[in-house]
Design a protein. Sequence first.
Length: 703
Amino acid sequence: MMRPRTGIAVAASVFLTPLAWNNRPFWRHVLSVPGGVGLESLAELGRHGLLPLLAAGLWALAAVGAGSRVLRLIGSGGEGFGDECLGEDGPLRLPVAFALGAGASGLAVFALGLAGLLRPAPLLGLSLLFCAWAVPGLARLRSRRVPGDSSWTLPPAGWALTGILALAAWHTLILALAPATEWDVLLYHLAIPKLYLRLGRIQEIPWLLYSHWPHLMETLYALPLALGDDGAAALMHGTISGVLAVSVYRAGRAELGGLAMGRQVPEGAGRSPLAGGGCVGLTAAALVAAQPAFLRVAGAAHGDGAFALFHFLGSWALWRWASASGPADGGSRRRGRRMLAIAGLLAGLAASTKLAAASLLAASAFVVWLAENRRGTRSPWKAAAFYALCGLGVVLPWYAKTLVGTGNPFWPVFSKALGGRWGAESFESLYLRSSQWPWPLEAGRLLRWGPQYLLAPLAGLWLLAAMRGARTPSFLKFLLMPLIVYLPLIARYEDAWRYLLPFYPALALVSAWAAEALARPRAVGDPLARRPAPGGWGWPRSCAAGLVGIGLLPALLATQNNELFAVAGARSRLEPGRDSREVYLERTLDHYRAFRKLARVLPSSARVLFVREARGYYFEGDYQWGDPLNQGLIPYARLSGPDALDLRLRELGVTHVLVNEVLARDPAAARSYDPRVMELIRGFLERRTRLVFQDGPIAVYAL
């Protein structure tokens, strides 16, 4: 073990060295440019940093308090849940409380939007009521630690892993405080709640594909956007992602902390130099937080972190239910149903964030049936049905909304069987094909989300551990079971590695467990461990450390250089009088400057059709997509020529057409417009419109 003072120095060096090296241009600017960071910068940092942090922090506290009250309501009657992990001091209690509270806040905004009250005053009232309801839950909280946790007695590797986690947290914080620039965030994650706020209610947006699917997080983001603060939205997702990492750590400590080689470690067995005392949780949490997909989405107003958190906690709760043993009396059955209800509610929240998560709800219900059948229960389908009903009770309102609005609860998917409005059948197959892997495969696209940093260590560590006779713990097998159903559904899509984020915790826990099995030295009473080479670590430990190091590499290489200029309010050397956030946005986004100018040029009654552009978040006005792969309002295949296109656009109320020529050179964007469609649009622009605005690649034509 290492003394705390020395350990903190190790963690600080792991944290500060990449922070200084990877952001050298920013630090050089701060030190060399007079007035580059001054009092004005501090005021800007307070306005765009402190206020979003306060808002996100208040929301997180309210979520914990509200979730605690939900848990007390479900576990009422003096019997609780009959499980130490979900007990008052259990490692599962606080993360589940936060997840349930976060989900409840999103569902409350959803209900408010359906009632047509999505305006600042009702949202403020809802926030105050939610906080007031959460206060009693916060008042009952006590300081909790995972049994046996000893954070201040870590070996050097444990302190190094703590530095990695701090580095990932820093990266998430800076990206969250910087202006939003991530593609999907501008496309729909923040664009949907902004459109809802403009409408004053939640309703179907015919041309915006993603508004027809469950979108719990996007609805929740209406709260900070109503206050004009998208930084708080990103911080809310960053908080959720942080809770995911904490949950992975707690799961590793609670479920795998005493295991080596897949069996219970005898008393007196040697400690692992990798993470200390069988603490696979710290290694797994660091592996999750270091992955490129996590680093990219955690600090943005995304939905993937919430999907991963809800699914992982729901799977962990389901495992606690499935692994429970004891006499099947009336009290134990009631406690089991309560645990099953918690797992079902979390699965329903996961299905409320992503359309594909419905498959995980179905797969987990089948797992419940298998577990009950294995126990010899007379009617195993009852438990499976109860679990499914708890999940469906949360997610069905989303599908009901889409069914009423479009005629198809999964619009536009399954349109040939279920039908649907707005030309769903005309573009469904095109949309699905456009989302799949292009052929021939390109290495850059195949590795875009960095799966090699998780899968390569996983394969190597598990194989080496298996060669040494290790047996994969039942907990890990259970977590991976739904992947049998989920993986074939997502494998053909280009963003499959991002869609796999809900299983990153399970995969990281497998890697951490295998590394622990390889790194544990031989000790008296521990016949499972091998003797390392005299005077050294030996090849098992060296391989374990090297493979884990590969998995942690992305966090060490991550840079926040450009974002730091915007967050710190650093003045540009070339444009010292301009706002640093505006400079950052103009240099990062090819369309931002033109959108700002268009807000002053276009009439308030204008309705703009976006061609080769879809990132509408920063556009201040009425718009709709013209992409033939994501909407069917404009039936390009049935239009005979430019005159027919002109007539259809006028029927839709379109007054202007915006074209981004930069995206014409992007292969992914170019796939959205086939040659015939582009020929039709060019003919229409030449014959039926006139150019009224040009700024860089952005051109606007008036009908």
